[in-house]
Design a protein around this ligand. Structure first.
Ligand SMILES: O=C(O)C1=C[C@@H](OP(=O)(O)O)[C@@H](O)[C@H](O)C1
Ligand SMILES: C=C(OP(=O)(O)O)C(=O)O
Length: 408
């Protein structure tokens, strides 16, 4: 579906309710599969969460998780540790290009039986579940933290727990800390010191535990961008957010200060307000929060600011090569971007081309990151329903705050 977004304004002082964090939800679904008296509130309504929930309820011999990276990685570990379960795990064409070899190797050293059905190192996988008794594993921590979280989530179900030794630089570290915190909340004992994670076995919850998922901070990033691109004093209220978040993307509150956006925690959420002009130079290392790179780049471009982003090496293996996709689409709008394998450099500019069609490359975050530019010029977004991967009501929510959106 091609959407035309006419030049819009954010209606002031609206409230948006964003559904639960996709990352927290997908971890809790795996934990719920291990501990059946775990209750979850405010579960994400994202496609990636729905597909994982269905996969966990299915007895089918083949499971297709489409574009959902965490679902693919978490299920690979989960199914490998389920004795007598035989399953083929597959996904979209892009999922079959997203690496999984580091996780598969780690699981094999623990005794798992996994084989590749097409290309070595990539889905689809054939898994014969086993009773895993080995308890130490080493793996490269620099490619995707999801491999490590996948092992951590199944660790309490293993007879001897798990010691995970991380090799090299740790990428996307807050996601590991989120996994640890959620394990702790269900009563699993853990430690994370230097490069070693230890997780103790736990077979059941003594008493029922109910957890509430905080709303999704990555989804909030698009509203930060809209407020940054709006006139001074523009404001929006987002629910349900808390100051002590488990989500690394909550660093948006600090990052967007550079764009003149202030965050106040109130009424069970955040009020974000444009209170100042943006800084003249934007420069961040996003190794801890890769999912907001597209949002930040587009905000900087919308404000005509130069922007240097580092720590982006994981972007090349996400829903698309996000570094390349950003360069291509920003340049169509008249920007100038230089890229390397792990950084992006946007030049200052003073013009945004009007009525350009943004390609989304099967990537929800391409669609959502570029939408706020409609506050500056009319813009078209191609294959716009790609947003449902993480944020099903995105376009309706934009309409509710004043965006004029037309299906072409
Ligand atoms: O564990 C998670 O929930 C996620 C970890 C990150 O991936 P990488 O560790 O591959 O960077 C992030 O980009 C992804 O959207 C969600
Ligand atoms: C990278 C993402 O998701 P995943 O890796 O789970 O597909 C994302 O949501 O931006």
């Amino acid at each position: 579906m091609l959407l035309k977004i006419l030049k819009s304004e954010v209606t002031n002082n609206q409230t948006i309710v964003i559904s639960g964090s996709k990352s927290e939800s997908n971890r809790l679904l795996i934990l719920k599969a291990l501990f059946n008296n775990l209750g979850i509130d405010n579960l994400s309504s994202s496609d990636d969460t729905v597909v994982l929930k269905q996969a966990l309820q299915s007895n089918s011999g083949i499971i297709d998780i489409h574009h959902a990276g965490t679902a693919m990685r978490f299920l690979t570990a989960y199914m490998s540790c389920l004795p007598n379960r035989e399953v083929v795990l597959t996904g979209s064409d892009r999922m079959q290009q997203r690496p999984i070899g580091v996780l598969v190797e780690a699981l094999r050293t623990l005794g798992a039986d996994i084989s590749y059905l097409k290309n070595e190192g990539f889905p689809p996988l054939k898994i014969n579940g086993k009773n895993i008794t080995r308890s130490t594993v080493h793996l490269n921590a620099g490619i995707s933290s999801q491999f490590i979280s996948a092992l951590m989530l199944v660790a309490p179900s293993l007879d001897n727990g798990l010691k995970i030794v991380l090799e090299g630089e740790i990428t996307s570290r807050p996601y590991l800390e989120m996994t640890l915190s959620l394990l702790n909340k269900v009563g699993v004992s853990t430690s994370f010191q230097d490069h070693i994670i230890n997780i103790q076995p736990k077979k059941a919850l003594e008493t029922p535990v109910n957890l509430i998922v905080e709303s999704d901070w990555s989804s909030a990033s698009y509203y930060y961008s809209m407020i940054a691109l709006s006139p001074l004093q523009s404001s929006i209220h987002l629910k349900y957010y808390q100051i002590n978040s488990l989500q690394g993307d909550s660093t948006l509150a600090e990052i967007y200060q550079d764009f003149g956006v202030e965050t106040v925690f109130q009424d069970n959420g955040i009020r974000i307000t444009k209170t100042a002009q943006a800084n003249t130079v934007i420069n961040f290392n996003l190794n801890n929060c890769p999912d907001i790179a597209q949002t930040i780049t587009v905000t900087a471009f919308g404000l005509g600011l130069p922007c240097d982003l580092y720590g982006l090496h994981t972007l090349k293996i996400k829903e698309t090569d996000r570094i390349f996709a950003l360069k291509t689409e920003v340049e169509k709008l008249g920007g100038e971007v230089e890229i390397t394998d792990n950084s992006l450099h946007l030049k200052a500019s003073n013009k945004i081309s009007s009525a350009v069609t943004i390609e989304t490359y099967n990537d929800h975050r391409m669609a959502m990151a570029f939408a706020p530019l409609a506050l500056k010029v009319p813009i078209y977004i191609n294959d716009a329903m790609v947003v449902t991967k993480s944020y099903t009501t995105f376009w309706n929510d934009l309409k509710s705050i004043g965006f004029q959106i037309i299906e072409e």
